[in-house]
Design a protein around this ligand. Structure first.
Ligand SMILES: [Zn+2]
Length: 86
């Protein structure tokens, strides 16, 4: 009887690891599939500098001239601002 619990526990642990791995893969592949800049559930935005797609919540948000832009990094945001000012 004790063994049965042990096996059940291990199976549950295995299941959780598998689920976490799947979620990670989903997130990672989500970065590379750009279907009009959107993926299911998670909205993707495009960096106007390096043209990379990033999940909206991970993007660097910058308001320039009343418009909101999203960047992959601070570096791209400053590049964009420099481009506008010149
Ligand atoms: Zn960028």
């Amino acid at each position: 009887m004790y063994r049965l619990f042990l096996i059940a526990g291990l199976l549950m642990l295995f299941y959780f690891f598998l689920r976490r791995a799947f979620q990670k893969i989903k997130q990672e592949t989500g970065l590379f599939t750009h279907q009009e800049g959107q993926t299911l559930g998670n909205q993707m935005v495009q960096d106007p500098v390096c043209r990379v797609f990033i999940p909206r919540e991970n993007a660097v948000r910058e308001e320039i001239g009343g418009q909101t832009y999203f960047f992959c990094s601070r570096g791209c945001a400053t590049t964009f601002q420099k481009r506008l000012s010149t």
